[in-house]
Each structure stands twice: as C-alpha cells, then as structure tokens.
Design a protein around this ligand. Structure first.
Ligand code: NAD
Length: 479
C-alpha cells in the first residue's frame, strides 16, 4: 500500500524543515507502519502563509465550482472505499466493518457540502422607518485551522473540510499524531479532485501545543474548528481569546443510555449494542453509562451479555472480527484501570475484563451493580466496556443522566411517548430514541454544557465558516 507520509503545504508534499519524523504504529501488533514527517514552527507558519495567500482566490471561486470539487472528491472516495478503510484499520486498529462504516459516513460530508455550497443565502430587510435597506451578505470567515482526533480519523476531517471549503475558506488540517495517514490520504484525494494550491494544507506539529498556539497567534487565522477532549478544548479556547478567533468545539461526551420499563428489549439490546460497541466504544457518542429499570434489568442484562459474547474480536484486517484493537496500549491500559476501579467500588464483572498480551486489545466487558457517581460513570471510557446501573424511578434516572458536566449525546429506549418525553428532559445536544446511532450528514451534530460549542453537519455546519456582513443601502438602492 502506497502511504503518504509528508506534510502538504501550498500544493506540494514535502518533508518537515528539519527532517524529523515520528512513528505511526499498528495497534493490532505494535509494528511500525510508517515514519511521518514532523512539522516544525517554520512548516506551520508556511502553511498559514499558503492558506492566507490562497484565501482571496478561493473565496472568489464560484460556489458551483467549489461544490463540484467536493463532489469529485466524494466520487474518488467511493471508488477507493477499500483503500480508504484499510488505512484507517492499520493506524487506528478499528474493526473492518467500523472502517467501512466510517469511510461511507466520511465521504457523505463531501457530497452533502457540495450541495450546500450553492445554497449560501444572504438576507434583505427594510429599516422600521421604511427608508433604508439592510442587506446581509454571508462571507467566508477566512483561514481555518482544523484539529481532529484519532477515533474517527476520516469523518472528523471531512466534517470540517467539507463545510470550510464549501463556504470558501482555506484550511490547515492538523490530525492526531496517532492517525496522520488517513488525513494525508483525504488531503491527497482533495488535491486529485482539483483543490487549488494553498487551499488545503496538512501539518503535524511536534510539539503540538506550542506550535498550534503559534498558528493561532497569527492574525490571518480566523477560525478554529476543534474535535477532541474537553480538557484540550478548554486550553484552546483560552488560546483563541488572545487573537479573538472564532471557535467551534466538538468535545468529550458521557452519554447516558436509559432503558425504561416499557422498552421492547429486542430493540433495546440491538440499539444498545450499536450505541456501546460501534467503533469498539471509542466514540464521543458512545453510551458510557447504562441506567436500566428494575423491571427489565435482569432480562436486558442477560440478552446484552449474550450479544457481547457473539462478537468476534481480533485484528481489523480480518474482516470477520467485529471488535478491533484500541488505538494504543496506553488507551487500553486506561480502560483496564477504569474497570479495576469499578470492581473495587463494588461493581460485578459479568464478562471480559482482560487486556491482550500482544497489541492493544481489550475484551468486550460487562459490569453490573455499578454505583452512579463511581469513576466509570463520570469518565469517558472510550472502550468496549458496558457499565450498568439499576434504577426504579424514572425521575431519578433522568437526574442521574443529567448529573455530568457533559451534554453531547443521550439514548432512551422505551414506549415512544414516554421515551420522547424523557429525551426532552435530557441535557444533551442529541438524543436517540429507540435507536443506537444518530450520525447523519444532514443532522446538526454537537453538544451542550462542556461537550462543545457550535454544530457540524446539516445546514448549520456551513454557518460555522461564514460571517455576516451588513451592507447599508439607501432607499434608492445605492450602497
Ligand atoms: P485530544 O484532545 O487528546 O486530541 C485531539 C486533537 O488535539 C489531536 O489532534 C491532538 O494532537 C490535538 N492536541 C492535543 N493537545 C493539544 C494542545 N495542547 N493544543 C492543540 N492541539 C492539541 O483527543 P483524542 O484523544 O485525540 O480524542 C478523543 C477525544 O475526542 C474524546 O474526548 C472524544 O470524546 C473527543 N471526540 C469528540 C467528538 C465530538 O464530535 N464531540 C468526536 C470525536 C471525538
């Protein structure tokens, strides 16, 4: 497989200025897949310059042309789905089906925003006295820094690149250190689709924090779109304050999953399995805490346990496996420590609880009798571990579900009327009712509380990269 391992700046692949590289590891066996170029401060500032120089031309490019480039990128990704998925499996460790699912989801952002590019609406109003015209144009916000995590290395990049490019913004993509190969592949697809030099740039700064700050300090950078942990998000919001940069933040989650007394358990088990196990549990939307009503608890747990037992685990390149590796041994050990702490706090280990000796694998694990408030219910698990809390009062379940600083996602299973009423009471940007997955390019994705600011996808996603400009006209139409 031909992997791209350099930086992409001003339309050219090039190594870092000082030649340093870092290893990209296959978490399934610990082997080194590639040595990726480390970006120096000069590389990062070159990327800002390239994006700033390209900004006026890209903003002036016809929306239809921008849309057609995105559409061409979508077509390339469709033709190359297997290559796309394989790169993700190799550097991230996810199961093959999860990688195919992500490849499909990721490319849809290019198709969706190819269609949104030509629908950027302005506004026109009359002053209350009727003697002035108020014209509101929507203009691209400008050079955008896009920072993405490792768990969905493709979709988190396309969910930002799609709207930014459709809006007429030039971009600098900074992927996670664990997964630069997928990002490099996506950037090259855009190059092949016809994106002009300087419009998309890729840097992998080492050290990350100080060099990201150096880019944000440059006045040409007008937007930060970040997906990652709440901890790093907070730090970046402080950094954005210094140059008053507009920030969109997709941060951590701690999704509750509530099973109400009236739930259809076939639907609940199937949905809960997706909500928990998709991407091996490494999802910001993953169900982190299960609250299951006393009346259905034992039956739900028995069926869910049987469903977990049926998932084959192992390397993602073996397409039969439904559960792959975690992204790194460090992540695996974090998950293992949470399970150990939960058991010490009184939870029962019903299934799993074992880390692999080779590679970053962790068993599909089921804990029951979990205490609400224990570390496993307050920390993002980000792995294949299910923590079940039993409840007998729906108001109490809602209270526990909202008892968190996060507010990204929630899941409710139950008779539809009651489930929708509970969904309305959850403090979350998104709630799934009798469903295990919500992600859709046409939907506004994002969180409340400390899970984020702004929305991605839908018609809302492009507005994050646009700014209103009010043009005052006289009554006879002269600006
Ligand atoms: P992370 O916050 O450690 O890293 C995210 C990105 O920020 C990476 O590119 C990383 O290199 C970079 N980064 C790290 N420190 C930085 C700093 N000081 N300055 C600038 N950039 C820095 O998160 P992660 O471990 O890669 O990803 C997992 C987290 O992402 C989880 O908390 C998960 O919930 C969250 N996430 C959220 C969403 C969402 O849409 N809300 C989606 C996926 C993942």
């Amino acid at each position: 497989m031909n992997l791209l391992t350099d930086l992409f700046i001003d339309g050219r692949w090039r190594p870092g200025a000082d030649g340093r590289r870092f290893d990209v590891i296959d978490p399934a066996d610990g082997s080194t897949i590639a040595a990726f170029a480390a970006a120096t401060e000069q590389d990062c500032l070159d990327a800002v310059d390239a994006a700033a120089n390209a900004q006026p031309g890209w903003a002036a490019t016809a929306p239809r042309e921008r849309g057609e480039i995105l559409r061409a990128a979508y077509e390339i990704l469709t033709a190359e789905t297997e290559t796309f998925a394989e790169i993700m499996v190799r550097e991230n460790g996810k199961a093959w089906a999860d990688a195919i699912g992500e490849a499909t989801y990721a490319k849809e952002f290019f198709r969706w925003f190819s269609e949104e590019a030509v629908r950027i609406a302005g506004d026109y109003r009359l002053s209350p006295a009727g003697d002035k015209r108020i014209v509101v144009d929507r203009a691209p916000i400008g050079v955008s820094l896009l920072i993405t995590p490792w768990n969905f290395p493709a979709a988190m990049a396309t969910r930002k690149l799609g709207p930014a490019l459709a809006a007429g913004c030039t971009t600098i993509l900074k992927p996670a250190r664990e997964t630069p190969l997928t990002a490099a592949y996506v950037v090259d697809v855009l190059r092949r689709a016809g994106v002009p030099a300087g419009v998309v740039n890729l840097v992998t700064p080492v050290p990350t924090g100080p060099l990201v700050k150096r880019m944000l300090d440059r006045p040409e950078v007008r937007k930060l779109s970040f997906t990652g942990s709440t901890e790093v998000g907070r730090e970046l919001l402080h950094a954005c304050a210094d140059t008053v940069v507009s920030a969109s933040m997709e941060l951590g989650g701690n999704a509750p999953l509530i099973v109400l007394p009236g739930a259809d358990l076939d639907v609940a088990v199937e949905g809960a399995l997706l909500a928990k196990m998709r991407n091996g549990g490494s999802a910001c939307t993953a169900a982190n805490r299960f609250y299951v009503h006393d009346s259905v608890h034992d039956e739900f747990v028995a069926r869910f346990d049987a469903a977990l037992a049926a998932i084959p685990a192992g390397p993602g390149l073996d397409r039969a496996n439904g559960l792959g590796a975690l992204v790194s041994v460090a992540e695996r050990d974090k998950v293992a420590a949470l399970v150990t702490a939960a058991v010490a706090d009184g939870a029962t280990l019903r299934r799993g609880g074992r880390a692999s000796e080779v590679g970053a694998f962790y068993d599909a694990t089921l804990l029951t009798g979990v205490r609400h408030g224990s570390a496993i219910t307050t920390t993002e698990i980000f792995g294949p571990v299910t923590a079940v809390v039993r409840f007998d009062d729906v108001d109490e379940a809602v209270r526990m579900a909202n008892d968190t600083i996060y507010g990204l996602m929630g899941y409710v299973f139950g008779e539809e009327r009651e489930a929708v009423s509970v969904a309305r009471r959850l403090e979350a940007g998104m709630v799934a009712v009798n469903r295990g997955v919500v992600s859709d390019p046409a939907a506004p994705f994002g969180g409340v509380k400390q899970s984020g600011l702004g929305r991605e996808g839908g018609s809302e996603g492009i507005t994050e990269f646009l700014e209103e400009k009010y043009i005052a006209l006289t009554a006879d139409g002269q600006r």
